[in-house]
Ligand binder design. Sequence first.
Ligand SMILES: Cc1cc2nc3c(=O)[nH]c(=O)nc-3n(C[C@H](O)[C@H](O)[C@H](O)COP(=O)(O)OP(=O)(O)OC[C@H]3O[C@@H](n4cnc5c(N)ncnc54)[C@H](O)[C@@H]3O)c2cc1C
Ligand code: SF4
Ligand code: SF4
Ligand code: SF4
Length: 434
Amino acid sequence: MPEYTLEKYVGTDCVGCGSCVAVCPYDAIAVKIQDDLVQPLLDRNRCSKCDLCVENCPVFRNKYLEPIRPDVSRIVGKPYRSFIGFANNNRIRANGSSGGVATALLKHLLDEEEIDYIITAHQHKLIAQPVILKESKDLFDVQGSIYFPSFITEASREILSNPGKCAVVGLPCQIDSLRRMEATRKRLREKVYVHLGLFCSHINEYWYLRYLSSYYKGLGCNPLAVSSRHGSWPGSINLETSCGSITIPHPKVWGNIPLLHLSSPFGCLFCDNHMNTNSDIALGTLRVLIPRVTNKKDIGKSVVTAYTKHGLTIIEDAKRKGEVSLKEISAKALIGTQIASITAKYLGVPMRRKIIRHRHMMETISGFPINYVLISLLPMINSYLGRRSELRRMLYKYRLLERLLNLYQTKMQRLLLKATSKVMRISTTALHEL
Ligand SMILES: Cc1cc2nc3c(=O)[nH]c(=O)nc-3n(C[C@H](O)[C@H](O)[C@H](O)COP(=O)(O)OP(=O)(O)OC[C@H]3O[C@@H](n4cnc5c(N)ncnc54)[C@H](O)[C@@H]3O)c2cc1C
Ligand code: SF4
Ligand code: SF4
Ligand code: SF4
């Protein structure tokens, strides 16, 4: 059987960004969920094997093309100026996944007629979808964070056919792909007014919803619909199952299995762009408790970073018009808010890239301290879980992995703490050198 590069080198490692669908000149790709995994499906009668899809696929690029060890300045980017803040509209703030700043900025751009529409994501039953919004009143319904594939870049096909300019909201892999497309398509470049990025540690495969359903509702209960994470910081997700619905608080959604990246698409394990460094404005959640700025427990705050001058102008404009309240923070404080994710990528990505490229694991790991070897074993568990549905069924039934991880939690936390302080030092030095 002839080999198709995207299927061979990406396949079930897909993160569902949607870029391959957008760039394929022959409409030969659909990204679908099969066996609870997101993956690209090629129509072999249409595919010309031009490999444009592969060139723009973030998973392929991260696995095989990017340097093995990403510079810390690539993970953090070159922040122009950074802030902590929230939407002044209390309804938007309380309904957001952090401080509602993303929605407040988008509303501001629509109200000021700087843009004509927005491309963002909306969770529909189990599967998230890109949506085009033209009125600011509709923004409220799509607030929150969707922790599953969102296919946003697929919608870039609509940009050329829709009149006017737009804002695109996306994860780092999606904004990176869009920027690559814009580099060779002037009209597309002219029509995207602003790239609003979200920070991203990773997303989860759909099988994780099956895990949550069986964990909370019992074996045999199937997930039917899920909401984004939003509302009353840190918020929760609503999961509807065949055995009834359940509200799962944010910290419980991110238990040990996702925290160790075991439920993420395999492709996320090679991604080094946590901060969305190619966006104009990137947004995250303020999780670190800085007493001066987090004085209310149940109201969220967003971390806001301008990566371009254009992004900064938009932020300052929205502040002047009273849409958002912002307090400037240093680059060091910015890194501090994301230090666990930065550390995980800084330490984990090079090892995984090395393993996948050289394939001879024993050769590759020699010379690395034992902790690093352990870090590199986790992706193997992820990979097996992704490929073997019978293993996932055992995970739902016996919860052995969860129990084992709970046993080692304190040890892992201590290890992580040690590693984060080292990466904090490296990151701040790198930023000073930029
Ligand atoms: C998968 C994922 C991982 C994240 N990881 C981190 C992290 O590690 N650290 C951190 O600080 N912050 C992270 N964030 C960002 C954080 O959760 C908030 O999205 C961000 O702070 C903006 O909050 P807000 O209240 O300002 O936005 P809101 O007012 O809630 O608006 C959010 C906007 O983003 C859109 N959106 C939500 N999910 C997606 C998606 N998957 N794809 C495209 N558009 C989407 C919504 O449609 C909405 O327009 C992550 C977000 C996601 C989706
Ligand atoms: S190889 Fe070319 S034609 Fe085939 S799916 Fe990829 S982009 Fe489309
Ligand atoms: S990661 Fe993105 S570009 Fe790559 S196969 Fe999946 S949807 Fe397509
Ligand atoms: S970790 Fe990277 S590849 Fe995975 S969803 Fe986030 S930005 Fe995309």
